[in-house]
Design a protein. Structure first.
Length: 208
């Protein structure tokens, strides 16, 4: 999960939140990523952060529209009391630790960093978004999601190993350091993982 700064004044939603100018602006604001799992979305959906079943006035509210993938949108459903990535008062990446494990078959780790109810609720939802496999469709989508995460993780490890290698030329180390910093940028896919992998490493955390 990553922070998003929403633009104002808002695009003209007016009874159609799927208008091109609305969808394209959401794609831009959310860097083309799902606001929950941070995967680059190829088949986007527009999620209502506050479910319209609870408040119908929010259906065409610009501030209630979030760029999402189908898997996460389906798993979120009508859940409430979640961290809002558009709230400037909250650094959502600090609230929840996400880490890759050694195997694609294992669950990725999602750990709340505070006892706050919204943090715990969001961590539970993110755990499901990354790992839920209770149906055949979700087994397939989970496998595909993990493959994309671990493809980026391989890049993270490759660049990290250059910094650990005493025989690596300084020029290559500088490039590797820059690439790792790029991976922690909120625009990068699954950026929360790379941020936490760096913070969890005693060496990388001192130089990045």
């Amino acid at each position: 999960m990553f922070n998003v700064t929403r633009t104002h004044p808002a695009p003209d939603v007016k009874k159609d939140y799927l208008k091109p100018e609305v969808v394209f602006e959401l794609e831009r604001l959310f860097y083309g990523k799902c606001y929950l799992c941070e995967d680059v979305v190829s088949d986007p959906q527009i999620d209502h952060f506050l479910p319209v079943e609870l408040d119908s006035t929010k259906k065409y509210d610009w501030d209630n529209l979030y760029y999402s993938c189908g898997r996460c949108n389906n798993l979120k459903g009508t859940a409430t009391n979640l961290l809002d990535c558009c709230d400037p008062e909250i650094d959502v990446r600090k609230e929840i630790k996400c880490l890759c494990t050694k195997s694609k078959a294992d669950d990725v780790l999602v750990v709340p960093q505070s006892p706050n109810l919204k943090t715990r609720n969001t961590a539970q939802l993110l755990h499901r978004c990354y790992n839920e496999n209770n149906t055949a469709i979700r087994c397939i989508s989970r496998k595909q999601l993990h493959e994309r995460i671990f493809h980026r993780y391989a890049e993270f490890l490759e660049q990290s190993n250059k910094l650990f290698d005493i025989n690596c030329p300084e020029k290559e180390k500088a490039k590797a350091q820059q690439q790792l910093q790029n991976m922690t940028d909120v625009s990068y896919p699954f950026s929360v993982f790379w941020k936490w992998h760096i913070l969890s490493d005693s060496f990388l955390s001192t130089i990045l």
